[in-house]
Design a protein around this ligand. Structure first.
Ligand SMILES: Cc1cc2nc3c(=O)[nH]c(=O)nc-3n(C[C@H](O)[C@H](O)[C@H](O)COP(=O)(O)O)c2cc1C
Length: 304
């Protein structure tokens, strides 16, 4: 068998295939269909300090090559999340990573502090890049290297767990944002989050999403994700988790060649709940037929 193990911060994952936040719940809904213990890690839906109902419906719409969503971070708030959702994680040997969002930089620090006390949480993915949420004073943290640096510092100060900062492609230079996260202590980066989009029903003339705009995900954004991973791989030394439109093993290998150490599957789970497991099998087959012993031999190995 090929060696699929990868290191993300302090974590050694048995393989490089993760779930993308918000597309897999807490794993509970899918545990009846797939063996979660076969995954590299489970990244759960975003959580905030206080409970959120999310945006009004309709909040998802299919479109060519993907979907728009404006869920708006619906979640029960960190206290109920910890008491009701995290006991489920204890049943598995696979690491569970919790995705956090805040409206003020200080909230991220507080969320990290609360999660630090939960042993079944292996790491924290920090969402500074949700396109569907208005942060305080209209700030979009992901666009501002100082805000990303500050949030990274606040999270790192409050936890010893692995910290992954999740970046947006909607910036003029993603390299600057990635560097700010690395310089302030990020253990790894996730990229990319969704890209703002819009769709209109021509019969009702209304936006297909009540929020008007939503985040575009799925195959349509894969070239953007590959480009971002490539640019950031050539800028920072910390590992990258590539995502955006990964539906099958070829997509995953493309991300690895561009510079990703691991990959995450989002929208692909909605079409095929076993997509992650099929990608792991596909990686084993690809490595065997190409005589690759260690998955690390693929990261960044694009031939120019
Ligand atoms: C329905 C939905 C909900 C999402 N919720 C979150 C979230 O809570 N936090 C987050 O960081 N990203 C969230 N995302 C973004 C995904 O994790 C991922 O970055 C993005 O969808 C690109 O990957 P994909 O094309 O494979 O879906 C969500 C995406 C979708 C489609």
């Amino acid at each position: 068998m090929a060696d699929l193990r990868v290191k993300i911060g302090a974590l050694t994952l048995q393989n490089p295939v993760l779930t993308a936040s918000g597309t897999f719940g807490t794993g509970e809904e899918l545990a009846d269909f797939i063996d979660l213990n076969k995954l590299g890690a489970v990244v759960v839906k975003g959580v905030t300090l206080l409970p959120r109902e999310g945006n009004p419906m309709p909040r998802i719409a299919e479109c060519a090559g993907g979907m728009l969503n404006a869920i708006g971070l619906q979640n029960p708030g960190i206290d109920r999340f910890i008491s009701e959702k995290t006991p489920f994680f204890e049943k598995f040997k696979v690491p569970f990573l919790v995705n956090i969002s805040g409206y003020q930089p200080a909230e991220y620090g507080e969320l990290a502090k609360r999660l630090e006390a939960v042993p079944s949480v292996a790491g924290i993915e920090v969402n500074v890049s949700c396109p569907n949420v208005r942060y305080s004073k209209g700030a979009v943290f992901a666009k501002d290297p100082r805000a990303v640096g500050l949030i990274t510092r606040l999270v790192k100060k409050n936890t010893k767990k692995t910290v992954i900062i999740k970046l947006s492609p909607e910036v003029s230079d993603i390299k600057i944002i990635a560097k700010a996260a690395e310089d302030n202590g990020a253990d790894a980066l996730s990229l990319i989050n969704t890209i703002s989009g819009m769709a209109i029903d021509i019969n009702t003339r209304r936006p297909k999403i009540k929020n008007i705009m939503g985040g575009l995900s799925g195959p349509a954004i894969k070239p953007v994700g590959i480009r971002c991973v490539w640019q950031v791989y050539n800028t920072v030394k910390i590992p990258l988790i590539g995502m955006g439109g990964i539906m099958n093993v070829s997509d995953a290998i493309e991300y690895l060649l561009a510079g990703a150490t691991a990959v995450a599957v989002g929208t692909g789970n909605f079409i095929n709940p076993a997509a992650t497991l099929e990608i792991i099998d596909g990686l084993n087959r690809y490595m065997k037929s190409n005589k690759i012993k260690n998955i690390k031999e693929l990261t960044g190995k694009i031939i120019l």
